[in-house]
Design a protein around this ligand. Structure first.
Ligand SMILES: [Zn+2]
Length: 236
């Protein structure tokens, strides 16, 4: 079974960048599928646990591979730090948002920028601003409304897709709906429709979509990783 620590090493391999510290290992099937893509997009879907994914699979009919990934935390900040560094929380030690400012730049998106791969981060302001100065393009989103926030992230991603080679974007609607007692199926419907818009607008791109943690009442900590290429099958 894969783990969240495997995502960053997989990205490093696809982008041909070096990543000296990591706890995980690259996933060969994902590398095979996405290696020929000229762009890479990593979408972190907040609160997308494996059980929610399986329950509403029909909404996510994005062709591609799906892996079960062992989660590392029930909280957003340490889980996202693991996704981006390939390190377990006890090794990256980013537990609260303020820790991200103290942490050294070891995330795959900072390494990519440093090693000449033009990269972008699109996330809410508090998380995004820790990447200022170490990632080529940082889009900081300030928006309270969950539906509107995801919509802004999607549009920002589509707008800058031609300019960069690697993008990390954080979608929040599912987790926000859990906390506000919103309807989960409605959130899944909105999330999956945004993901389909991105897939449709990203030519020649590799897309990886993963959850950070499941909803807080789940016992199973696992999350899905979906990977697909937007290169038409006949051109591969
Ligand atoms: Zn989260």
């Amino acid at each position: 079974m894969q783990s969240l620590v495997d995502i960053a090493p997989t990205i490093a391999k696809i982008l041909h960048i070096s990543m000296p510290k990591r706890d995980g290992a690259a996933i060969p099937e994902v590398i095979n599928e996405l290696d020929k893509c000229s762009k890479l997009i990593l979408i972190i879907a907040d609160g997308l646990g494996l059980s929610i994914y399986e329950r509403y699979k029909h909404y996510f009919n994005l062709r591609g591979m799906v892996f079960k990934c062992r989660g590392v935390s029930m909280h957003t900040t340490p889980a996202i730090a693991t996704i981006l560094t390939g390190l377990h929380p006890e090794n990256h030690r980013v537990f609260e948002t303020q820790d991200t400012y103290k942490s050294e730049g070891i995330s795959v998106v900072e390494l990519a920028s440093m090693q000449g791969i033009k990269s972008a981060v699109i996330m809410e302001k508090k998380g995004a601003c820790s990447f200022r100065g170490s990632v080529d393009l940082v889009v900081e989103i300030e928006e309270e409304d969950a539906v509107q926030y995801d919509y802004i992230v999607k549009n920002a991603l589509i707008r800058q897709i031609q300019e960069v080679s690697f993008t990390v974007a954080h979608f929040r609607i599912l987790d926000r709906f859990y906390h506000s007692n919103g309807n989960t199926e409605t959130a899944v419907e909105i999330l999956s429709s945004n993901l389909k818009d991105i897939a449709a607008c990203s030519k020649n791109a590799g897309v990886m979509i993963c959850g950070d943690h499941p909803s807080h009442n789940e016992k199973n900590i696992d999350v899905p990783l979906i990977a697909f290429s937007t290169i038409p099958v006949e051109l591969r």
